[in-house]
Design a protein around this ligand. Structure first.
Ligand code: FES
Length: 110
């Protein structure tokens, strides 16, 4: 089991447990976090944007160039932002904390 702590837009903490191979996006959705994930992992929407806790960021594999490009368009993106659809849970990520930003709507009308 891999434990992930979500911090919802309203500050509420939700402790989730996932399995290796789960996508962070799907785990978040299973625990009621408001991540749309409109493009289902095609890296075309950025509605799965999450902000990883600074102390956990280095544990994630680096983002691909496509992911970086999409994050540039995400509202409120920070240096530790990632796309939840690109993060696969592995045991090394146990104890990860991520914050779900408030407004994550896809503004480009795709
Ligand atoms: Fe669209 Fe992640 S679900 S970029």
């Amino acid at each position: 089991m891999i434990r992930v702590r979500f911090i919802a837009p309203d500050g509420q903490i939700e402790d989730a447990t996932g399995s290796p191979g789960d996508l962070l996006l799907h785990l978040a959705q299973a625990y009621g976090q408001p991540l749309e994930g409109t493009c289902e992992g095609q890296m075309a929407c950025s509605t799965c944007h999450v902000i990883v806790a600074a102390e956990d960021f280095a544990r994630l594999p680096p983002a691909s160039e496509e992911e970086e490009d999409m994050l540039d368009l995400a509202a409120g993106a920070t240096r530790t932002s990632r796309l939840a659809c690109q993060i696969e849970l592995v045991p090394a990520l146990d104890g990860l904390t991520v914050r779900v930003p408030g407004e994550a709507r896809d503004m480009r009308g795709r």
